[in-house]
Structures are given as structure tokens and as C-alpha cells.
Design a protein around this ligand. Structure first.
Ligand SMILES: Cc1cc2nc3c(=O)[nH]c(=O)nc-3n(C[C@H](O)[C@H](O)[C@H](O)COP(=O)(O)OP(=O)(O)OC[C@H]3O[C@@H](n4cnc5c(N)ncnc54)[C@H](O)[C@@H]3O)c2cc1C
Ligand SMILES: *[C@@H]1O[C@H](CO)[C@@H](O)[C@H](O)[C@H]1NC(C)=O
Ligand SMILES: *[C@@H]1O[C@H](CO)[C@@H](O)[C@H](O)[C@H]1NC(C)=O
Ligand SMILES: *[C@@H]1O[C@H](CO)[C@@H](O)[C@H](O)[C@H]1NC(C)=O
Ligand SMILES: *[C@@H]1O[C@H](CO)[C@@H](O)[C@H](O)[C@H]1NC(C)=O
Length: 595
């Protein structure tokens, strides 16, 4: 049986139709109708385009230009767009509607073509017999999961935020948590793909390659950082719908290094939120249940809309306490928010409306991810460049407003190294625990080793740190040094790597070699895109092509993570921050405040 959902239909109609006919949808809120949609990633004027990411600030604070843009709606149009660019020897990059990656993966340069998949999202087709879903590259994952659920099917892995596109979410190796079966990488569930690659003039400059699990090249194409060609369609393997339960247990972190691995293995989708500043760890068991287990829970942690006035007030308050390094206040925000989630369930709703206690149990697609604000309206008041009314509601990171800026750093370490990593982070912590107070603790999830060539070579645990970034250029964080030291220590001492789509700057240098098989990836890249038209400086630097470096030395470079400081000017000497060795990992060079 086939079901095609036209996403072009308005969200409200879909909700109403689904709500009367389907048990799975009725708890989803209708509030998004009043929300201003996030602005598209691409803005073009006459002969030039700017490409933005969701926060409006690229990893290096630079700009991202393109000469022209294409907005295909069909595979024929996508092929045509690629062919035109190949014919003109233009570089090509594809970006999703909302562009969530922080490094400059989608920057193509002022002579290149940027292709948007914003309007390439209308095919979402479930094959109930095969238990698969075939989607166009730009399909938003929130729509993909709902279409699958409508047929009683579930995607086993998804990231915490549902506003990403199908091609975008696999292309950076994004993931959930878990080591069972194929594990938590969304890319592990891709069973087929159609990819548009450059071709010879006699072939019309572009051709479509169709890949299935029988083709070894799928191991390159399902996690490619967009460097092999333009993904047209993806088919994901699904499972019968199931439910997830989530709970929390708050403990002292004394035994964390001995308990973390067994805990992460004991629950299929387990997370741990470690708050080293307070010596606490929130263990989060997440397990699978049959659909007949009662529960209609909803995860609404990320991506509900808030009013501009609330978001800007919160950002200004937080910026103020960061600027004056009000340690007590920063630490209290962190622990209050952590405990609010751990104890009061903030963000988890047992019946879709209120939290009445853990465990919260609900259908997989309602529990594995959250969102809402991506489905807003477009109107005159909500155009990409309009000055939004303060009462409008938007995503909390909307780039048109003054929202809190942050580095989303995700370090990954082999599971076997985790105890040592935790011990080392504790040594840094013990010198001054409050310095580890920031926007988040250290959020741990697991990912299984992968056959995808740019995936993890071994089972890994991810350590996610959301830490504050000043909007003002050249402004250090008061606790700059400890975060820099932890990052350098984990990468240099413990063989750590980073999430390809999150923050990291120069830290990415050389990490592609630590993936499953960079050489095989490069062979496929050469075969599909021999002239490297789908590459840019950033991806060349990542793959070590042409001897380019990802490190940029300039005043204050270490503050933006574009360099490891070598001299004081790379920090902010005029503000009292100097380039010094780490205190525990002595090979680290970090911007340290001297009083
Ligand atoms: C709020 C939030 C929460 C997040 N949570 C998680 C999480 O829980 N787990 C996690 O792992 N990550 C998480 N991320 C990171 C995020 O999943 C990745 O950055 C993801 O890749 C973004 O997808 P996108 O659709 O925005 O793609 P984009 O940022 O637009 O693109 C990502 C890459 O895919 C390529 N690409 C996109 N479309 C195509 C195409 N059609 N053909 C070829 N290449 C293409 C681009 O060129 C680029 O290289 C989160 C990000 C945010 C903002
Ligand atoms: C669905 O999958 C089955 C089994 O693989 C296949 O025989 C059938 O042709 C598919 N249907 C469609 C419409 O693709
Ligand atoms: C955190 O909670 C404590 C105790 O409930 C409260 O006194 C304090 O004001 C809270 N801090 C913030 C920043 O909300
Ligand atoms: C939980 O919620 C109650 C009632 O709103 C509040 O008083 C309490 O401070 C909250 N506890 C935490 C840990 O946030
Ligand atoms: C915004 O909302 C507030 C409180 O509801 C109201 O007083 C104010 O008039 C609104 N402003 C606008 C511009 O609608």
C-alpha cells in the first residue's frame, strides 16, 4: 500500500485530517499555526546570494556566498541544475531549507551554485510491505516520521530536533543514542538512494546514480558531507511502530566512570547528562516497549515556539551574567534547568499536555524527537528580513532576533576510553568546579561502529557540550580555558573525534583519518565527482586534499576555535586572556584569564 503525503498542503489541513483518522497524531499541538516560520537558508539579490545557517553565525563567523541558486521541485529540475553548473564549471553545494550545520559545509563561493532542497520535499511514500519509506532529499524529518507512523511504522534512529531534512540529517552522520542492532546513526537505516552526479558532455553533464545496499558505494553516499553529488531521493528501512519509555535517576557522579558504559549498554536508547560542576549525573534510561503498553507521551524539549520578547529577554539576561562572570548565577541556571528536567519532567508530557511523573511512555516518533516551530507560517510580517513583532512566536534560535549564541561541540570517544576520559575531565573539574558551569552539562549518547566510510570506526560515546558564545567578536568566555582544554585533551590524548555538522573549527584538522575508511571514501568521491565540483575549501581541508589547513591565525582566533593559540594575540590580551598551557593536559594551549 502506498501513501503519498504532499507536504505542500498546509500543515493545518494535514493535522485536522490526521487527527480525526489517526490515533498517533492527535496530541500534536496546533500552536505552530501562529508561529513565524524560520527564514530560508538562502537569500538572493540580483546576482549574488548569501547562505546562512540557523543561528545566523557560521563556525568561523565568516560569510557564505553563492553566485546563483536553484530551487528544484523534481528530479528532472535537479539534474538540469547540476548539469548547467557542471557545464559552466561551477562548484555546487546543496543546502536544506533550514541549514542546521555549523561548519561551512554548504559554502560554495561567490562563483558557485547553491541548490536549495526547500521545495524538494513533496514525495514521502511508504511501502508497507517492504517496511520502507522513500522520500525526496528535502523532506523534513518531522513529516517523514509522521507519514511512517500513519502506516504503523517507525524509524529506529532520529536526532532530538525534527526540523532537519532527510538528506541533511544523514549527510553529517547525525544520530540518536544506542548500540543495539544497527545502532543510533540515522544513516544506518538508508537502504537506497538516488544521487545526481557530474557527467561528461555526451551524457548531458549530469546523471542519476541509483544505489542500493548491494552497492558498496552506498557506504560512501549515506554519510558524505554533501561531497559526492546532489542526493535526490532516499529510502529508509522502517520497523513496526513501538513505544519508548523515558525516566531519570539523579546520582552523584562519584562512580560515573565505572557505571557509564554498562548503563549505556543496559538500555536500548540510554543517555546520561553529566553535570560535572555539581558532581551530579542524570542517568536517563530509555527503553522499547510494544505499542499496547499504555502511554501517549510527548517529547517537547527542543523546538517549541516561543515569543520573540521572551527569547530576547532570556538571551540578554544570560549574556549579562556571562559578561560579568556571575558564577553563582550561571551555575544556578544550569542546575535549575537540569533538575527541572530531571525531576519536574519539563519538556516531557505524559498525555501530551502535562507532566505527571516518570516514566513517560509514548509512540516512538513522539518520544525520539521534538519540534514544532519549523512548521510556521509565511506572511508579510514573517518574511526572512522583516523585523519581527515582539509578540510573534518563533524557534528559539531564529536568526532574525537576538537569541543566545552558542557553540554546539560534540566530542566522541571510543567506549573503551570513556572511564579514562571521565577521570581526566574530573581532574580538570576538581581544580575549579564552577568553571564547568555553562549552558549545558556534558550530554552522553552512544553510536555504534559503522560501515559508512566517514562513520565511527569503533563504538563511541558522544560528549555534547553546548557552551556560550558571545555575539561580540573578540570577546572571550570567562571559562574559555577549561572548555578548550577538555576539547584538546579528548582529541589529542584520547583519540576523540567530532560530529561533522557541529562546532569545532580547527579541531576538525586530521579527524577524517580516524573515520572507518577515508581512503575508500576518497575512491568513491573520485569516481562520482572527479573534478571535485561538490567540494569546497572546508571539505578539502577536512579530507586533507591539496595540503589546505583548517587553522586560521589571526587576532582572537582561538576564541572562535579557528586556531589553537600559539601567542597571546590569538586570545584577548587586552581583556586579560593569554595563551597558556593546560593545567591537566599540559600539551593544551588555551586562552587563560590572568588576574
Ligand atoms: C536544535 C538542533 C538539535 C540537533 N540535535 C542533534 C542530535 O540530537 N543529534 C545529532 O547528531 N545532530 C543534531 N543536530 C545537528 C544536525 O542534525 C545536523 O547539523 C544535520 O546535518 C542538519 O541537517 P539539515 O537538514 O539542516 O542539513 P544542512 O545543514 O542543510 O546540510 C548538512 C549537510 O548535508 C548536505 N546536504 C543537504 N542536502 C543535501 C542533498 N540533497 N544532497 C547532498 N548533500 C546534501 C549539505 O551539503 C551539508 O553538507 C542538531 C542541530 C540542531 C540545530
Ligand atoms: C513494495 O515493496 C515490495 C516488496 O519489496 C515490492 O514488491 C513492491 O513492488 C513495492 N511497492 C511499490 C509500490 O514500490
Ligand atoms: C534556582 O533555584 C533556586 C532554588 O529554587 C532559586 O533560589 C534561584 O533563584 C534559581 N535560580 C535561577 C537563576 O533561576
Ligand atoms: C518543580 O516544580 C515545582 C512547582 O512548579 C517548583 O516549585 C520546583 O522548584 C521545581 N523543582 C525543580 C527542581 O525545578
Ligand atoms: C503584545 O502582547 C502584549 C501582552 O499580551 C500586549 O499588551 C501588546 O499590546 C502586544 N503588542 C502587540 C504589538 O501586539
Amino acid at each position: 500500500m502506498r501513501v503519498t503525503v504532499s507536504v505542500a498542503m498546509t500543515t493545518s489541513i494535514i493535522f485536522l485530517v490526521l487527527c480525526v483518522s489517526l490515533q498517533y497524531f492527535c496530541i500534536t499541538t496546533l500552536a505552530s499555526q501562529a508561529t513565524c516560520a524560520p527564514p530560508p537558508a538562502i537569500e538572493c539579490k540580483s546576482n549574488a546570494c548569501d547562505v546562512f545557517n540557523y543561528q545566523g553565525v557560521w563556525d568561523d563567523r565568516g560569510i557564505c556566498k553563492a553566485q546563483n541558486s536553484a530551487w528544484p521541485t523534481s528530479e528532472a529540475e535537479l539534474v538540469q541544475a547540476v548539469a548547467n553548473a557542471v557545464k559552466n564549471k561551477q562548484r555546487i553545494k546543496v543546502v536544506s531549507k533550514l541549514s542546521h550545520s555549523e561548519p561551512k559545509l554548504v559554502c560554495v563561493g561567490s562563483e558557485g551554485l547553491i541548490i536549495s532542497t526547500q521545495n524538494y520535499a513533496s514525495v514521502i511514500e511508504v511501502n508497507k510491505t517492504a517496511m520502507t519509506i522513500r522520500v525526496q532529499a528535502g523532506a523534513l524529518m518531522s513529516d517523514v516520521l509522521e507519514a511512517a507512523a500513519k502506516e504503523g511504522l517507525a524509524l529506529n534512529a532520529m536526532i532530538y530536533w525534527s526540523g532537519v531534512s532527510a538528506a541533511g540529517v544523514i549527510s553529517t552522520g547525525a544520530h540518536d543514542s544506542g548500540l543495539v542492532g544497527k545502532g543510533s546513526g540515522v544513516y544506518e537505516y538508508v537502504v537506497a538512494m538516488r544521487l545526481v552526479v557530474p557527467a561528461s558532455p555526451s551524457q548531458g553533464y549530469a546523471k542519476v546514480i541509483s544505489l542500493t545496499e548491494a552497492d558498496e558505494e552506498l557506504n560512501a553516499a549515506r554519510l558524505s558531507l554533501g561531497t559526492l553529488g546532489a542526493i535526490s531521493e532516499l529510502t529508509f528501512a522502517l520497523q513496526p511502530m513501538y513505544k519508548r519509555s523515558i525516566s531519570t535517576v539523579v546520582k552523584d557522579d562519584t562512580d560515573l566512570e565505572y557505571e557509564a558504559e554498562s548503563f549505556l549498554r543496559a538500555h536500548e536508547f540510554a543517555d546520561i547528562n553529566w553535570i560535572p560542576s555539581h558532581g551530579k549525573a542524570v542517568y536517563i534510561p530509555i527503553d522499547r516497549h510494544p505499542v499496547n503498553v499504555p502511554g501517549d507521551g510527548l517529547n517537547s524539549i527542543i523546538g517549541s515556539a516561543s515569543s520573540v520578547v521572551d527569547i530576547e529577554r532570556k538571551a540578554a539576561d544570560y549574556e549579562a551574567i556571562q559578561d560579568r562572570a556571575d558564577v553563582e548565577a550561571i551555575c544556578s541556571v544550569l542546575i535549575n534547568e537540569t533538575l527541572d528536567l530531571a525531576i519536574n519532567g519539563s519538556g516531557f508530557l505524559n498525555d501530551g499536555k502535562r507532566f505527571t511523573g516518570y516514566p513517560v511512555i509514548g509512540f516512538n516518533h513522539h518520544m525520539q524527537t521534538s519540534g514544532g516551530c519549523q512548521a510556521g507560517r509565511y506572511s508579510v510580517a514573517c518574511t526572512p528580513t522583516s523585523i519581527l513583532d515582539k509578540n510573534e512566536t518563533v524557534c528559539s534560535w531564529d536568526r532574525r532576533i537576538y537569541a543566545t549564541l552558542y557553540f554546539g561541540v560534540e566530542l566522541r570517544v571510543p567506549v573503551s576510553r570513556l572511564p579514562q576520559v571521565i577521570k581526566d575531565v574530573k581532574r580538570i573539574r576538581d581544580l575549579n568546579p564552577q568553571k564547568l558551569c555553562d549552558m549545558s552539562g556534558i550530554f552522553m549518547r552512544s553510536i555504534k561502529k559503522s560501515d559508512a566510510y566517514l562513520g565511527p570506526k569503533e563504538d563511541v560515546v558522544t560528549l555534547v557540550m553546548m557552551n556560550y558564545r558571545s555575539r561580540a567578536v573578540g570577546t572571550p568566555k570567562w571559562n574559555e580555558d577549561v572548555y578548550e582544554e577538555i576539547e584538546q585533551m579528548i582529541i589529542e590524548k584520547h583519540g576523540g573525534v567530532l560530529h561533522w555538522g557541529k562546532s569545532g573549527g580547527y579541531l576538525f584538522q586530521g579527524l577524517a583519518k580516524r573515520a572507518t575508511n577515508l581512503e575508500k571514501f576518497m575512491e568513491v568521491k573520485k569516481k562520482f565527482d572527479s573534478s571535485g565540483l561538490f567540494s569546497n575549501e572546508w571539505t578539502d581541508g577536512l579530507f586533507g586534499i591539496g595540503g589546505g589547513s583548517l587553522e586560521i591565525f589571526r587576532d582572537g582566533c582561538a576564541l572562535d576555535k579557528v586556531c589553537k593559540c600559539r601567542e597571546d594575540s590569538h586570545c584577548a590580551p587586552q581583556k586579560g586572556y593569554f595563551c597558556k598551557p593546560g593545567k591537566v593536559w599540559k600539551k593544551a594551549r588555551v586562552c587563560t584569564k590572568l588576574n
